[in-house]
Write a protein that binds this ligand. Structure first.
Ligand SMILES: NC(=O)c1ccc[n+]([C@@H]2O[C@H](COP(=O)([O-])OP(=O)(O)OC[C@H]3O[C@@H](n4cnc5c(N)ncnc54)[C@H](O)[C@@H]3O)[C@@H](O)[C@H]2O)c1
Length: 708
């Protein structure tokens, strides 16, 4: 089948494709280097709608190459280049269309379509150049990899091969060409490590340093500089040197390292990274066509699998729902925030002070119960600003300005009398928090918002003794604050719209993913995690060995095992939250005697790491009192997943969040729950757990589901 026929057939599968044009214009290169054809990829929309490739877009590029091919063959042009519309080069395959594909053969056709078109670029009779002028991802990057040379702008906002992150492989040449260009080690870092590291993006300089691009230019006159460089290359005045690729053992080691990274992130539970690594491993022999064929098969298999649907679902949640939170009140009601007060200068409070300072750049006042603690909190913020300065993330002026904006006081009246937004992060005890809010209300302006970072207590109860409970909101951050994007915004019974709107406006400035939750015990993430961990603890308490209980959860591919997570949270905090939830829902949340004993013994967790790997601490083993019911791994998994599905079902019935999507958004952004699961509800739906437990699926048909 010809490329044109292949793409025409595929176009019917993508009914709503936003079509990218590939416009060819001609220009004379500087220094008399000759006539040049420049293809510009453009979908005709502004830069917020990046250029993508579906079959019709590929057909347009194919037609542009028809023209350029003739000109190259008859000597009309000396070279050809590809660039993008302002701020965007191209961001790859049209995922909306890919999601709709229902047959393996159709998925295969999409892979082949891309390959056939891009390969023609590589086969032109003249040298080709990709000018990465703006964001380049996936298929966009791969178009450029087929060119002879590449330049990149210092100003590009993002550059990545994010396929593995989404549940695919870079399947239009990425897995094959990149290791052949820059070596397996660097290719693995881009394709596997960056993707699995929350889809880390490269900046222009890194693209150049990695050897993906041959030249790096300022954003302001990028195309002009690129064309001058092109002229110099074509005239032989600039010679591009490429490293000799080590095809020996180093290649195998790089692939092994990639497998180690994949194992540590997804524990074999998601296939994409492993499929990509197989192709990278095979690319060692330099046989490009063999690599492209393997890419086609892997891509089609993955498009038909569940991981991609979950990946796209999760991506859309974070990109869309995360930015436009469901249930947020009219943003025009929000009041300005020009000064922030933070009560407590402990672990969370000092991180919060730093965050408010950096994002709002307004005065931030910290307070605590003694001067030493206040000084420690301010000292922490200063030290973090110094670190940012040291890393070149801010300049000296900004560091000085930020440092001058943060102060510490003992007297709340002195610090908070002109603050508009005051957040408390003191001990997790309702009495202490009520007392703190009463003291704050006595000195703060009437319009000031009183926010609480409580992890599990009732916001309504906390506000109940105040004169103005309507200005209290829950503002629950996750530790580490700089890394976890989630912010659960809790509406108390009396919270008014203006206070809530202000909370959402602040969250936006803090660049957090805000999710509105009802004032229910432990809100979203802590409630689900506590039920999840609680059920694992239950099966351990009943008699299943610790190692077997942990192993049963591995197929979920969580970033860490449940008991390692407990260590991170702190067993005492875990116990405390389970006690709160046990008071609220005694039928479902138990307080484990074994966990209480571990906490009482002052242990930081169940494991010791003497051998480098977690092993049950013999002292903890001696403390454990277990029953004699030993479950199989399947039974443990079923118990735990059933418990989670039941809890989510109840939370949705109670209206803790608006929809199941919010649960997934919370788990992804607040607990690092894997993208390849799409949070948790698509997984529970797919595994039949939701229907078994609640009689129905969490998500509507077609959302994040696998094609029938
Ligand atoms: N640690 C976490 O991972 C985490 C995550 C999210 C939310 N939280 C919540 O944040 C809050 C603080 O937790 P933390 O881990 O930072 O605790 P922490 O013990 O590190 O800090 C609490 C600070 O509050 C101070 N404090 C106590 N009473 C005070 C008062 N009356 N006036 C002023 N300061 C007072 C203490 O001296 C201490 O410095 C808790 O509500 C907790 O549930 C904690």
């Amino acid at each position: 089948m010809s490329t044109t026929e292949l793409l025409k057939g595929a176009a019917e599968l993508f009914p709503d494709e936003v079509v990218t044009s590939a416009h060819v214009r001609h220009l004379d290169l500087p220094f008399g280097a000759g006539r040049f054809a420049l293809i510009t990829l453009d979908n005709g929309l502004d830069h917020t709608k990046p250029t993508t490739f579906g079959p019709a877009s590929l057909a347009n590029l194919n037609a542009a190459i028809d023209q350029v091919e003739k000109e190259a063959a008859d000597g009309t042009i000396v070279g050809a280049g590809v660039t993008g519309k302002p701020f965007i080069f191209a961001v790859g395959a049209d995922l909306k269309g890919v999601e709709l594909l229902k047959k393996h053969e159709d998925a295969l056709a999409i892979g082949k379509g891309g390959h056939e078109v891009f390969k023609r670029l590589a086969a032109l009779a003249v040298p080709t150049f990709a000018y990465y002028n703006g964001a380049a991802m996936g298929g966009g990057v791969e178009v450029g990899l087929h060119c002879t040379y590449r330049t990149v702008s210092k100003a590009i906002p993002a550059f990545s091969l994010p396929e593995v992150f989404l549940g695919l492989v870079p399947g239009w040449g990425g897995c094959t060409l990149l290791p052949n260009l820059i070596g397996a080690d660097k290719a693995v870092s881009v394709i596997i490590e960056n993707s699995l590291n929350q889809n880390k993006q490269l900046k222009g300089r890194q693209v150049f340093d990695l050897g993906i691009a041959d030249a790096l230019f300022e954003g302001a006159d990028f195309l002009e500089q690129s064309l001058i460089w092109t002229a110099n290359v074509l005239k032989g005045d600039i010679e591009v040197e490429r490293p000799v690729i080590d095809r020996g053992e180093a290649w195998d080691q790089a692939v092994a390292k990639g497998r180690f990274v994949a194992d540590s992130k997804v524990h074999g539970a998601a296939p994409a990274a492993y499929r990509a690594l197989d192709i990278i491993a095979a690319a060692k022999n330099g046989d490009l066509q063999q690599g492209y064929d393997a890419e086609d098969v892997a891509l089609a298999d993955l498009i038909m699998g569940g991981e991609l649907r979950s990946g796209i679902y999760a991506f859309n949640l974070v990109q869309k729902r995360g930015k436009r939170p469901a249930g947020a009140p009219d943003k025009n009601l929000a009041r300005p925030v020009t000064k922030v007060g933070v009560v407590g200068a402990g672990l969370m409070a000092s991180q919060l002070a730093l965050l408010f300072l950096r994002r709002l750049e307004v005065p931030v006042v910290l307070t605590d119960i003694d001067q030493e603690r206040v000084d420690k909190g301010v000292g922490y913020v200063h030290a973090e600003i110094e670190k940012l300065l040291g890393k070149g993330r801010i300049n000296q002026d900004k560091a000085n300005r930020l440092k001058a904006l943060v102060t510490g006081v003992l007297d709340k009246a002195e610090g908070f009398s002109d603050a508009d937004f005051i957040i408390e992060a003191v001990f997790e005890e309702i009495g202490v928090k009520q007392q703190v809010f009463a003291e704050v209300e006595a000195v703060a302006p009437a319009h000031a918002i009183l926010a609480t970072n409580t992890s599990s207590l009732s916001v309504t109860e906390m506000a109940s003794k105040l004169q103005h409970p309507e200005r209290v909101v829950g503002f629950h951050f996750f530790n580490p604050v700089a890394i976890l994007p989630l912010l659960e915004i809790v509406r108390g019974e009396k919270t008014d719209d203006a206070s809530l709107a202000t909370a959402f406006a602040v969250a936006k400035k803090l660049k957090k993913t805000a999710v509105l939750t009802k004032d229910a015990p432990a809100f979203v993430v802590n409630r689900i995690l506590t039920r999840f961990m609680g059920e694992i603890q239950n099966v351990i308490d009943e008699g299943t060995p610790v190692e077997a209980a942990e192993k049963a959860i591995e197929p979920l591919g969580l970033p860490m095992s449940p008991l390692v997570l407990l260590e991170l949270v702190g067993p005492a905090i875990g116990l405390h939250v389970s006690e709160t939830l046990n008071r609220a829902f005694p039928d479902r949340f138990t307080v484990s005697e074994n966990l209480a004993a571990v906490v009482k013994a002052g242990k930081r967790g169940f494991y010791v790491y003497d051998s480098g790997k977690p092993e049950l601490d013999p002292e903890v083993a001696a403390l454990l009192k277990q029953g004699d019911v030993v479950l199989t791994e399947e039974q443990v998994r079923a118990r735990v997943l059933d418990a989670v599905a039941q809890e989510i079902g109840l939370m949705l019935d109670e209206g803790v969040v608006a929809e199941a999507q919010d649960i997934d958004l919370c788990l992804i952004t607040g607990a690092g729950w894997p993208f390849h699961l799409g949070g948790i509800t698509p997984y529970l739906d797919r595994e039949g757990v939701s229907e078994r437990v609640n009689g129905k699926k969490f998500l509507a048909p077609g959302v994040a589901s696998v094609p029938a």
